[in-house]
Ligand binder design. Structure first.
Ligand code: ATP
Length: 401
């Protein structure tokens, strides 16, 4: 899985290169409100331009579900990319994605030119990996480059289907970086390797907990999912988030940690409130109590101060840290302290620090620690599946070295 051909292994001079990017950016009134994904795609695009390829870009945007929706057009992306590349990115505005505009634009390309196709999810076949659309995409190109890690856990036409129809399918720099960081962390970490899991529900991360327990030295559990573990230990957890069906699973994981000689750290104290804040960032009265002393009418909404120190100490002594999921309701400043403490410890640690996308990436950026991490994954779902130890179809489809 880790030994895929990349854009450095091919010669694209004069060739038509279809590049699957992740241009799924947030838009407001036709304006891009966060262009991180565009910036992250530039190294691969620049490399292909410099090598004299005819660069045909494609991506999905949002969930149009097979219906061309004007508010989900990639036209604003073409405009912004032209500015970022300082070079025209010609937009092929076909509702069927590969239509007369795209074909004409591609036919007219000179070496080093760039064309962007319309939103791949305007085609109903895209998310079903349907043959007709895969063939359309393959008919445009000689070479395929997949640089969209965010959809690598899905088998769609624009990543998997098209790969099987071209002779050369490789990964781009962004995809390679994700594979290197996440792959090395899980399969070949510099130890001690500390994994931190948080977020709302245990059920979302069953396989991640199970797999990481085998790979890491210390597994830290915080956030809403910690209370099911605390209940499994026999603690009273008040009205905290709990998944009663997963109590047996949590017990199994605690037994497994003990058998494997791994440290499994749970909150020793917790920040509680009477009610979940509404709206989420509303002022909230909190107290910190030991994890086994949560009153029956109160709920845990963040790790406590002693736990924050315990987790931060573990992080600071690590050489590899992987983190997915906030330690509490970080959207509320009063309940963001645990998440902040972990983010800060990661920023200070002399370690390879990896954020597994989604809410944790948002939290780390919101708290201002984004540029202090070794790697922030661009794919929440994809990075979780990677941490589960699953093979990602979008990666598997690329040619081996
Ligand atoms: P993604 O799935 O986008 O990658 P994630 O895995 O980082 O996100 P989620 O499982 O979606 O995280 O959970 C994040 C949510 O969990 C946040 O909105 C946060 O407010 C909430 N949360 C964290 N701790 C608690 C808690 N103790 N009680 C209730 N909700 C919590």
């Amino acid at each position: 899985m880790l030994n895929k051909k990349t854009v450095d292994d091919i010669n694209v001079k004069g060739k038509k290169v279809l590049v699957r990017c992740d241009f799924n950016v947030p838009l407001k009134d036709g304006q891009i409100t966060d262009e991180n994904r565009l910036v992250a795609a530039l190294p691969t695009i620049k490399k292909l331009i410099a090598d004299g390829g005819k660069v045909i870009l494609c991506s999905h945007l949002g969930k149009p579900k097979g219906e061309p929706k004007p508010e989900l057009t990639l036209a604003p992306v073409a405009k912004r990319l032209s500015e970022l590349l300082d070079k025209e990115v010609k937009f092929a505005a076909d509702p069927e994605v590969v239509g007369p505009n795209a074909r004409a634009a591609v036919a007219a390309m000179q070496d080093g030119d760039v064309v962007l196709l319309e939103n791949t999810r305007y085609r109903i076949e895209e998310t079903k990996n349907g043959e007709a659309f895969s063939k359309d995409l393959a008919s445009l190109c000689d070479v395929f480059v997949n640089d969209a890690f965010g959809t690598a856990h899905r088998a769609h036409c624009s990543n998997v289907g098209v790969s099987s129809l071209v002779d050369t399918a490789v990964v781009g720099y962004l995809m390679q970086k994700e594979i290197d960081f996440l792959g090395n962390a899980v399969e070949n970490p510099t130890r001690p390797f500390v994994a931190i899991l948080g977020g709302a529900k245990v059920a979302d991360k069953l396989n991640v907990i199970n797999n990481l327990l085998e790979k890491c030295d210390t597994l830290i559990i915080g956030g809403g999912m910690a209370y099911t573990f605390l209940k499994a230990k026999g603690y009273e957890i008040g009205t905290s988030l709990v998944d009663d069906e997963k109590i047996g699973y949590c017990k199994d994981m605690m037994d497994k940690a003990e058998k494997l000689g791994k440290k499994l750290l749970l909150p020793i104290d917790t920040t509680i409130a009477k009610e979940f804040p509404n709206p989420i960032d509303a002022p909230v009265d909190v107290q910190v109590v030991p994890s086994d002393a949560i009153p029956s009418d109160m709920q845990g909404l963040d790790i406590g101060t002693k736990t924050a120190e315990l987790f931060a100490d573990a992080v600071r002594s690590a050489k590899t840290v992987v983190w997915n999921g906030p330690m509490g309701v970080f959207e509320n400043p009063t309940l963001a302290k645990g998440t902040l403490a972990v983010a800060k410890a990661m920023a200070d640690a002399d370690a390879t620090t990896i954020i597994g996308g989604g809410d944790s990436a948002a939290a780390v950026n919101q708290l201002g620690f984004g540029d202090k991490m070794s790697h922030i994954s661009t794919g929440g779902g994809a990075s979780l599946e990677f941490l589960e130890g699953k093979e990602l179809p979008g990666v598997a489809a690329a040619n081996n070295k």
